[in-house]
Ligand binder design. Structure first.
Ligand code: 3HC
Ligand code: NAI
Length: 694
């Protein structure tokens, strides 16, 4: 029933239209119908001298109902609803609280006046879903505040807070106290002064410079590489500046429908829901009582320990940071301070905030200081014996119920848990480097990990601004396990004849921020080298030497030595192909008896990507990841996989699993390599004609 989600009532001489459609008052079919019906009621109500539109619950509408996208249209279209408000004979005031986003702000732009609580935010975030504001936003906002101010809002999709929106001219007033009372007062004042209607469709866009749009496009070209929507947004705002309102709206509609049908937008909408879905763990009762987390202990103040500590300090959670030696402790604390001071220098923190955060940090050399913390995260060297001894000590000193976490990237969480008397309290918290920046947190469930430990750490991830994804125990967990397969294939391609720059180019063109070899240069080639040397001490056949080892032995350790797989000019991170490296690779191929052959871009793409899809399918088969969407979120937030491709598994669906499977079978036949053994689950999906996501 439409009248259950939108109500009309008279308050004195003002008619009030109220939307009530939890959780975010999205503008679904019922709301659109209700808005029209209530407008008609308000117009017919002789006692109503002006109308107010507002919402109950958390927020003014946060947008069109995304769940309706891709379904056949039903009920009145949102642009028509907004046009009806804009054409109304009565003065209409939008009264905003929470987040008036997308279609929500577009409804407000169809009203004559806009008021908001100081805590409210407004914005047009459609671009983040691969869309543009499709209900007149691209035409009305430039008419209200000018194209120059509207462009960055629409193209970035970032919301602005009410006081800033007031300054921009999006709002007419910012209110304190009760929104309804404030809005009624505002409306009565408008009635008293006989204020005019102000339909934006009748306004024109203030003149802009000839180069505004081309300059703006150029300014975002690099950052928005691969995305379609930001460029369509610019085109739509340009139409607002150049065309009459009705024609501008037509242009907006044409661009909107084009984007809606695009793979990029489908992928971005998938990511929107996937990011929220990962928080819902199948089989875990959403009502599971969480343990309280008021303080955290971190062991190891190295690269990861320091970065991990910053996450908690940023969230206002006290941290005790433990090291073996004063020297290492002081160094770790100094790095944290230096990071904060660098941020302050850029104007993103005040010096007071730096001190507040540092004051939450207690450096320590004694385990006794961890006796009362609620969560401990171990980030010492990646060595099983050291980790076991750390956990044995934690088991002795920590209070009952403390969560004991390890940041190991490869070791068996169960083996670590089993040295304690409380394996139910042990879990993996796998942060990604740099830990204070990367949004991904793989939460690794051990065999014995208790449900409330999972629920608590999932919530804690959110509290510190991370996207937590629950995974199971295996070597490399989900992300690195897939990455290692890709790395092996990248090395094999170079051995057979591809250049490192050719491999990197293909993955960069797919949308990765950088290719696999440039990434290795960034991380430091010596890291992998040392691990391989350790392995070779036990069994040289387990880590056969390659040209990569030669690079490190010649002092080419990556960006830090200005030479790795590529050369780097001082102060410049752009990889430059190196003739020396070509020679080293050529010599390696010769020792291996390989005659290089031409390797096509298609082959590079297929081998680097399909090997990950196959591994991802095996990860699902083994239950290490619960859903394909978990893998997608891991790749987007941990490895910079392009959002507009939706994640590795979503991308695979768009390519076609039958095509991928056939090629995997072929490569398995050719190479006999274990990583090309086709996943049984993948075959099952292909036989059933299904994708990972449908
Ligand atoms: N449509 C349908 N459902 C939506 C929605 C929308 N526009 N926005 C949020 N939801 C749902 C979420 O999926 C979630 O559902 P769940 O509880 O079942 O998982 C629930 O509302 C709560 O959302 P969050 O968990 O994200 O809650 P937060 O409080 O953290 O954030 C928010 C609230 C800021 C509103 C955030 O949800 C958000 O950014 N939403 C998207 C806003 C948006 O993109 N609007 C534009 C839509 S496109 C459009 O309007 C097209 C038009 O131009 C024609
Ligand atoms: P690191 O070498 O930078 O830091 C380790 C720190 O632990 C050193 O400062 C050392 O003094 C300290 N330490 C060693 N033994 C200790 C003990 N018994 N008690 C207290 N402190 C001790 O190493 P990094 O890179 O920070 O790695 C730490 C852990 O994080 C490892 O398990 C690693 O696999 C994991 N990890 C590393 C990532 C990376 O990119 N560096 C990414 C994700 C996980």
């Amino acid at each position: 029933m439409t009248d259950s989600v939108v109500h009309y009532r008279l308050e004195g001489e003002i008619g009030v239209v109220t939307i009530n459609y939890p959780p975010v008052n999205a503008l679904g079919q019922g709301v659109r119908e209700g808005l029209l019906a209530c407008l008609a009621q308000g117009e017919a109500d002789g006692a109503a001298k002006a109308l107010v539109v507002m919402a109950e619950g958390r927020t003014f509408p946060a947008g069109a109902d995304i769940r309706e996208f891709g379904k056949p249209p039903a009920g009145p279209a949102l642009p028509d609803v907004i046009a009806a408000y804009e054409r109304s004979e009565k003065v209409i005031i939008a009264a905003i609280h929470g987040t008036a986003l997308g279609g929500g702000l577009e409804v407000a732009l169809g009203c004559d006046y806009r008021v908001a609580l100081a805590s409210a935010q407004v914005g047009l975030p459609e671009v983040k879903l691969g869309l543009l504001p499709g209900a007149g936003g691209t035409q009305r906002l430039p008419r209200l505040i000018g194209a120059e101010q509207a462009l960055p809002l629409i193209v970035s999709g970032n919301p602005v807070k009410a006081p800033a929106a007031l300054k921009l001219g999006i709002l007419d007033a910012v209110l304190d106290g009760d929104l309804l009372q404030g809005a009624l007062e505002f409306a009565r004042a408008k009635v008293a002064e006989n204020a005019p209607r102000r339909p934006l469709c009748d306004a024109s866009v203030a003149a802009v410079s000839d180069t505004l749009f081309s300059d703006f496009e150029q300014s975002i070209a690099h950052r928005q590489r691969g995305f379609k929507a930001p460029f369509a947004c610019i085109e739509a705002v340009k139409a607002a500046a150049e065309l009459p309102f009705a024609q501008g709206l037509e242009k907006e509609r044409e661009l909107f429908l084009g984007l809606m049908a695009s793979t990029e937008s489908k992928a971005q909408r998938h990511v929107f829901f996937a990011e929220r879905e990962v928080a819902k763990v199948p089989g875990l009762d959403a009502k599971t009582t969480q343990r309280e987390v008021r303080s955290v202990g971190i062991i190891g103040a190295g690269t990861m320990g320091g970065g991990i500590a910053m996450n908690f300090l940023n969230a206002g959670i006290p941290v005790t940071l433990l090291e073996v030696k004063d020297e290492f402790l002081s160094r770790g604390v100094a790095v944290i301070r230096a990071n904060y001071e660098a941020t302050a220098k850029k104007g993103r923190l005040t010096s007071e905030q730096v001190e507040q955060r540092m004051a939450l940090l207690t450096p320590s050399l004694s385990y006794d200081d961890l006796a009362q913390v609620d969560v401990v995260i171990e980030a010492v060297f990646e060595n099983m014996d050291i980790k076991k001894s750390v956990f044995e000590t934690l088991d002795k000193v920590c209070k009952p119920g403390a969560i004991l976490a390890t940041n190991t990237s490869t070791l068996d969480v169960n083996e670590i848990a089993n040295v304690t008397q409380r394996p139910q309290d042990v879990i993996g918290l796998h942060f990604f480097s740099p830990a204070n920046v990367m949004k991904l947190l793989e939460i690794v469930r051990g065999e014995a990990t208790a449900d409330d430990v999972i629920a608590t750490t999932m919530a804690l991830a959110r509290r510190i601004g991370k996207v937590g994804v629950l995974v199971g125990v295996c070597h490399g967990f989900v992300g690195n396990r897939m990455l290692h397969r890709r790395q092996a294939e990248a090395m094999a391609l170079v051995k057979q004849g591809a250049s490192p720059q050719a491999v990197d180019k293909v993955l960069f063109d797919l949308g990765f921020p950088m290719g696999p070899f440039a990434t290795s240069d960034l991380a430091g080639l010596d890291v992998g080298y040392r691990i391989r040397e350790e392995i070779r001490k036990d069994d040289p056949s387990k880590a056969p030497r390659t040209w990569m080892d030669d690079l490190v032995e010649k002092g080419r350790c990556g960006q830090k030595t200005q030479a790795g797989v590529f050369d780097y000019e001082k102060g410049n991170r752009t990889p430059v192909p190196s003739a020396d490296v070509d020679a080293i690779i050529a010599a390696y191929r010769a020792t291996e008896g390989v005659t290089p052959r031409a390797v096509s871009e298609d082959e590079i793409l297929e081998r680097c990507m399909y090997v990950m899809v196959n591994e991802g399918a095996k990860i699902l088969e083994e239950g290490i990841a619960m859903r394909a969407l978990d893998i997608d979120v891991i790749w987007i937030y941990g490895y910079g996989f392009p959002v507009y491709r939706g994640g590795v598994m979503f991308w695979a669906d768009t390519v076609g699993l039958d095509k991928i499977y056939a090629r995997i079978c072929e490569l398995y036949q050719q190479t006999g390599e274990e990583h090309w053994r086709p996943s049984a689950y993948l075959k099952e999906l292909v036989d059933a004609g299904r994708g990972f996501h449908h």
